[in-house]
Design a protein around this ligand. Structure first.
Ligand SMILES: [Zn+2]
Length: 113
């Protein structure tokens, strides 16, 4: 389960950032998770509960913000919605679409005290 190592690095970054800012506790963390990324929000939540123990974020809430899939169609020359990673353009039906959003997993923001 690669969600576990992902959340380990998330917690590490969150705790390091909090300490660098002189915070004693982390209150909440918000993640941007693209719908086309290969991670399950439920699995992320589960792993988060496991990895936050014993850290300054052990009571921090986790919010997962889903980012819709989006790509740039080379044929239409515009941004289109993408349902799958190598999906076709909904307008012209061709597959010359470059993924521009929806596969991210990053920390959006966090609250400390
Ligand atoms: Zn197109």
């Amino acid at each position: 389960m690669h969600e576990m190592s992902l959340m380990e690095s998330v917690i590490e970054i969150v705790c390091d950032t909090a300490r660098q800012n002189g915070a004693a506790r982390v209150k909440s963390v918000r993640l941007d998770v693209g719908v086309l990324s290969h991670v399950e929000p439920d699995a992320l939540m589960f792993c988060y509960e496991a990895v936050r123990h014993g850290t300054i974020a052990d009571e921090a809430t986790l919010e997962i913000n889903r980012i819709a899939g989006e790509g740039w169609c080379l044929d239409c020359g515009k941004t289109v919605a993408l349902e799958e990673r190598f999906g076709a353009c909904p307008d012209c039906g061709r597959h010359r679409v470059q993924l521009t959003a929806g596969d991210e997993l990053k920390i959006r923001d966090m609250e400390v005290s």
